[in-house]
Design a binder for this molecule. Structure first.
Ligand SMILES: C[S@@+](CC[C@H](N)C(=O)[O-])C[C@H]1O[C@@H](n2cnc3c(N)ncnc32)[C@H](O)[C@@H]1O
Length: 239
């Protein structure tokens, strides 16, 4: 089991390093730019928080960290953690010269073993990252550990539409269209096959919400967005 998880982590890191250059373009293109709306919604849902820095986990090329800094504009630091150095570098390069980068602290590290003391962050976000962790339970426990009491966690993740007709169309897009276009543009078809199978095999929203509760989060809820293509989960750490 442990080996399979480590293997998955090695595979995931390698695949993101391989698609780094085309990642942002493909995200926007394949989602028809709806990904911007999903990240805006996540950033806005952080709402009022205790004082302290924020953590954006599995930050990739920094799109959510940037969205949070831009939309909140409250001078808070956003620590952006990812274990794929190439993704972080791409984000820093993309944002170089922008004032938003001044509030972002990129850190190359593992989301399942966060290099921070307990109760460090007032809010945590993770967009399209939890599905990629080797061990979701471990990741959630780490998020809970580094959150301050009263702090909020937001998870944005792909899910599967519930309505049969749209669900069937989406499944066709996921397995037949996305790997071809993604593979063609990024040069790594396997990465986009992995995206499709990992979405298909991921936990249903009530299950992931239950895992958040098991990790200690309170007031756990979730909201499907865009007909259930993605789901936004939220939880708080008790005071
Ligand atoms: C699909 S990308 C999401 C990037 C970004 N959050 C966004 O909204 O586009 C997932 C990211 O999670 C990172 N990741 C996966 N497992 C990780 C782990 N255990 N620790 C840190 N980062 C991880 C990958 O390197 C990749 O950059």
């Amino acid at each position: 089991m442990e080996l399979r998880r480590e293997e998955k982590k090695r595979f995931v890191r390698k695949k993101f390093a391989a698609v780094t250059k085309r990642y942002d373009f493909l995200n926007a293109f394949l989602s028809m730019y709806i990904d911007h709306y999903w990240r805006n919604k996540t950033a806005d849902s952080l709402g009022a928080l205790p004082s302290g820095p924020l953590l954006d986990l599995c930050a990739g090329t920094l799109p959510l960290a940037e969205t949070i800094v831009r939309r909140r504009n409250d001078g808070r630091q956003v620590v952006a953690v990812d274990f794929c150095l190439e993704m972080l570098q791409q984000g820093v390069q993309r944002l170089s010269g922008s004032r938003w980068l001044d509030s972002i602290v990129p850190v190359c590290g593992d989301g399942e073993l966060l290099p921070f003391p307990d109760r460090t962050f007032s809010g945590i976000t993770i967009a399209f990252g939890i599905r990629n962790l080797g061990d979701q339970e471990k990741g959630l426990q780490e998020m809970h550990r580094v959150l301050v009491p009263g702090g909020r966690l937001l998870i944005l993740e792909f899910s599967r539409p519930r309505t049969p007709i749209f669900g069937a169309l989406y499944s066709f897009y996921l397995h037949k269209v996305l790997p071809v276009i993604g593979g063609w543009i990024s040069g790594d078809r396997e990465a986009y096959q992995y995206l499709a199978t990992s979405i298909q095999g991921f936990y249903d929203p009530p299950l992931l919400a239950g895992m958040m509760e098991a990790a200690g989060f309170q007031e756990v809820g979730f909201q499907p967005l865009s007909m259930g293509i993605v789901t936004l989960y939220s939880g708080t750490k008790g005071k």
